[in-house]
Design a protein around this ligand. Structure first.
Ligand code: NAD
Length: 464
């Protein structure tokens, strides 16, 4: 039996614990310091939204494969072989990662360790964190006059909220940073049932593993900001960013992922990790010019979006009834950390607008932030019938069920779409003022160039 402890029942820790518990030989103890969360989990209720997680949690509880406790000392009494630390590492005001939760866990681990254990850091942390964790544990053991063997490893997590279960159960790759064969063996044994080919298990030194996580997130963020900047140019020069993306993505070296132009990325990872990477450069007297620009472009997208709205309404939003579709930083999650919706709502309120918002999952979290300053609708349709104009900030699938007839209910017949959900030509032809990102200057004749030059039939004949 592999006895595993997971610290932190957040988006990463709970998925980690529940997924490990699905495998035959594993027994998982999850440590969560928030007692309310523990109570909810013991009752089989997931305290946040992640599709499918509630079902797997219930199954793990039913088969007695998982338990929840509120302190690491309790979990260490069970002598786990491996402890995964999945605590949060949010941004400090200066952009650095706040590692206080990581250090606290390391102290506690050193204070209550009884037998050999592999300490694995799964949180996203700057290079050098594992080294410091190792020192802290040693210091604590020395204070206790104990000579207990342990290892510290890094195992960054690449799951995406909204798709977290598949990402964990069938990962593209598992990256581990290890300093000993024993640590590598324990992690390989644990992850083997989740991967199909041995090449998917990538082992390296701890520093490389820590940097790999930042490198991956920064690369994805770079692709988004790159497309967003191109989208701004596309609007100026009469190009369609969708067509440009298509034309680029068919190149196998480029591929289609993370090339969607829009209002920019948010969430608990990209913004903070990009900033932390810039800080890591600074500490090593290296100005990370590219990554720094990625974050600046991302912030600019929000400002440009709001400016576009203000320009249309001649700098006067006072008393305007504004509808918002989508509050979560992306679909299939209730996570609003660094979501564009927060900045946009703040600015709308500053301008004196009245906001009516709808999101299938994230309304509660936004309400916790804004209280009664904004109102919430119980459906996307309700928003359309009660506002002057609409802003779209998250690409929830259900929004695609609406059409021009529905949008005619908007008093001003105006939409600012930060996620490019609808076809600008159709919208404009139907009398809707439709503003999107990188597709604003396309015209009727640009819709399908194959139709423009040849009939569809002719094209099919050529390709036969
Ligand atoms: N959310 C994601 O999609 C994602 C993906 C990959 C990596 N990451 C990284 O994983 C880490 C965790 O992210 P998250 O989104 O799960 O964070 P989170 O804030 O949702 O969860 C962290 C949890 O840890 C608990 N906690 C903190 N200190 C504790 C302690 N001493 N003992 C027990 N519990 C404690 C908190 O109460 C909280 O429930 C971060 O470093 C993040 O960057 C997140």
């Amino acid at each position: 039996m592999n006895k595993i402890t997971v610290i932190g029942a957040g988006y990463v820790g709970l998925v980690t614990g529940v997924c490990f518990a699905q495998k035959k030989n594993n027994f998982v103890t999850v440590v969560e310091r928030d007692r309310k969360k523990v109570e909810s989990l013991l009752a089989g209720i997931v305290p946040f939204y992640e599709p499918g997680l509630d079902l797997l949690l219930k199954k793990a509880i039913e088969y007695k494969k998982i338990v929840f406790v509120s302190s690491l000392s309790q979990a260490l009494l069970k002598n786990p072989e491996i402890v995964f630390s999945c605590v949060g590492t949010p941004s400090l005001p200066n952009g650095d990662a706040d590692l206080s939760a990581v250090w606290n866990v390391a102290y506690e681990f050193g204070q209550f360790l009884n037998n050999y254990c592999l300490f694995v850091n799964k949180s996203t942390v700057p290079v050098g964190t594992a080294k410091r964790v190792n020192e802290i544990i040693l210091e604590e053991l020395n204070t206790r006059n104990k000579n207990i063997e342990f290892d510290v490893a890094s195992n960054p997590e690449f799951l995406k909220e909204g798709d977290a279960l598949m990402d964990f159960l069938q990962p593209d790759r598992v990256v581990v940073g290890v300093n000993s064969d024993k640590a590598k063996y324990l992690l390989l044994k644990l992850y083997a049932p989740f991967i199909k080919k041995s090449e998917q298990f990538i082992s390296m030194n701890v520093e490389s593993a820590e940097l790999t996580k930042y490198a991956s997130n920064a690369m994805l963020a770079t692709r988004i900001s790159f497309m967003n900047q191109l989208a701004l140019l596309a609007d100026k020069v009469g190009a369609d960013i969708f067509a440009v993306k298509d034309g680029m993505a068919k190149d196998k070296r480029i591929g289609p992922s993370f090339l969607n132009a829009g209002i920019g990325y948010g969430g608990s990872c990209f913004p903070k990790d990009v900033k932390a990477l810039v800080k890591a450069g600074e500490k090593n007297r290296l100005y990370m010019t590219l990554v720094d620009s990625v974050e600046k472009i991302n912030q600019d997208m929000r400002v440009i979006f709001i400016k576009k709205i203000l320009k249309f309404y001649k700098q006067n939003l006072s008393g305007k009834r504004v509808g918002i579709w989508g509050l979560a930083f992306k679909p299939e999650t209730d996570d609003i950390r660094s979501a564009p919706s927060i900045d946009i709502i703040q600015e709308l309120l500053k301008q004196g607008a009245r906001v009516l918002a709808y999101d299938p999952q994230a309304a509660k979290n936004i309400k916790n932030l804004f209280g009664d300053k904004i109102k919430f609708a119980s459906s996307a349709a309700q928003v359309l019938s009660e506002v002057d104009f609409l802003i779209i900030l998250t690409e929830w699938k259900e929004f695609l069920n609406f059409n021009v007839k529905d949008f005619e209910k908007l008093k001003d017949k105006t939409i600012f779409d930060g996620r490019n959900l609808f076809h600008p030509v159709y919208m404009k032809k139907s009398g809707i003022n439709y503003f999107c990102i990188g597709r604003n200057s396309i015209e009727d004749k640009d819709q399908d160039s194959s139709d423009f030059f040849y009939s569809k039939q002719k094209v099919n004949e050529i390709f036969k």
